[in-house]
Design a protein around this ligand. Structure first.
Ligand code: PGA
Ligand code: ZN
Length: 419
């Protein structure tokens, strides 16, 4: 039962407006959630409501979505008894009434849903991760952080087509060691880039955005930086994960990578060469969301060697993931609450993945707030993997720091790793 439901327009990490939602329970507990926002979004993601008023924030304002929370949603939630956050989520879905949550806005609904999960944890006297673990029926586990240290694609102004190059300290003995490894290699990479005369300015997720266009050149630099920092490049030390976000460089029937025009099969060949040459253990959105036949062939070719993760193609949607599993698309899923709009549906998507043996990586968005909800979500669901950008920039580091706090607070250490 809530005594107050309130949203306010705040800024995300890209100077775009987003929402913060505060819920106050009848017992007087106050919880708050910030809503993230993507840029290289999947076409079937739940839909944000933005003002489209060119006079404010170039049309990006969210006063309408804020109004929906403070008006219609507050009216529907106040004075009603909810047994759980799942009941709140169900009420939000019903109230919106559209498949893509486009009426009230996935941004408005996500904010209320995240805050409702927090309210349930607070009411039960639990940490958020403990409460999510109880709701999902999953064993908690500290995830391997994936640090996005080189940015391209829609997240940077350089010519690099692949969007994300991540450090994955799979061999680290603990979460704290993994974070340390990420930070140390980040520093070495900066030095290498500067020494080679590349700009060390940052992209949206805090990774460097050097003026390179060849993914192989970036991978070479990453391996050198890993070695410089005294680590082994590979699955027993620090591996590399890619998110090419290929929907962004797919042009109807071909891909363009560093000026090369590639068919799906030629791009698959290129990935195979990359996997043979570099310690790449995971590729997310290696092909475009519209290239489903290509995805099937990619999975057949590389699926038993590396993780092939669906982001744009799955959009954390239980129905879409179910269909993709049937078709043999990918072997793992990226998980973003605001792609589907509620925590309950997110947990359902993760349950479907678990049952099918699909690995899961909990993810931030390129536009973030200081809210560290995803750290608790990753721990509580035992996902085993998280990505939250670089080990630099406050909105990214907030998630890693929350993980370090959770790791430290336990009398008996939680298990760490992929699982
Ligand atoms: P987005 O990108 O948050 O801009 O959608 C993140 C990703 O593609 O994983
Ligand atoms: Zn992605």
């Amino acid at each position: 039962r809530f005594s107050d439901v309130h949203a306010v327009e705040i800024l995300d990490s890209r100077a775009r407006p987003t929402l913060a939602v505060t819920l106050t329970t009848a017992a007087g507990t106050r919880v708050r959630a910030g809503v993230p926002s993507g840029d290289s979004t999947g076409s079937r993601e739940a839909v944000e409501v933005r003002d489209a008023d060119p006079a404010r924030f170039a049309g990006q304002g969210v006063t309408k979505a804020v109004g929906h929370v403070n008006g219609e949603i507050a009216e529907a939630l106040l004075g009603r008894d909810f047994g759980s956050a799942a009941d709140v989520d169900a009420a939000l879905v019903e109230l919106d009434g559209t498949p893509g949550k486009s009426r009230l806005g996935a941004n408005a609904i996500t904010g209320v849903s995240l805050a409702a999960a927090r309210a349930q944890a607070a009411t039960g006297g639990m940490d958020l991760w403990e409460s999510l673990s109880a709701v999902a029926g999953t064993a908690p586990r500290l995830p391997v952080p994936h640090f996005n240290v080189v940015n391209g694609g829609a997240h940077a102004a350089n010519a690099l087509d692949f969007q994300e190059f991540m450090l994955a300290p799979l061999g680290a003995p603990s979460l704290a060691d993994a974070v340390r490894a990420g930070a140390e290699v980040y520093g070495r990479l900066q030095a290498r880039l500067a020494a080679a005369g590349h700009a060390t300015g940052l992209g949206d997720e805090g990774g460097f955005a050097p003026g390179l266009d060849s993914p192989e050149e970036v991978l070479t630099l990453l391996v050198e930086a890993i070695t410089d920092a005294g680590y082994t490049a590979g699955r027993d030390g620090i591996a590399i994960a890619l998110d090419p976000a290929a929907s962004e460089f797919w042009h109807e029937d071909h891909y363009v990578v560093a000026g090369d025009h590639l068919s799906s099969d030629q791009l698959i060949d290129r990935y195979q060469q990359i996997v043979e040459r570099f310690p790449v253990w995971s590729i997310e959105d290696g092909l475009a969301e519209g290239d489903r036949d290509g995805w099937v062939r990619l999975t057949a070719r590389l699926g038993d060697r590396i993780q092939l993760m669906g982001d744009d193609i799955f959009v954390t949607d239980p129905a879409i993931i179910t269909e993709a599993i049937d078709r043999g698309i990918g072997n793992s899923a990226l998980i973003k609450v605001n792609q589907i709009g509620t925590v309950t549906e997110t947990l359902e998507a993760m349950r479907i993945c678990r049952n099918a043996g699909y690995a899961q990586m909990v993810s931030h968005r390129s536009g973030e707030t200081e809210d560290a909800f995803i750290a608790d979500l990753a721990v509580g669901t035992g996902a085993g993997q998280i990505k939250s950008g670089t080990p630099a920039r406050g909105e990214r580091v907030a998630k890693y720091n929350r993980l370090m706090d959770i790791a430290d607070e336990q009398a008996r250490p939680l298990p760490f790793g992929i699982g």
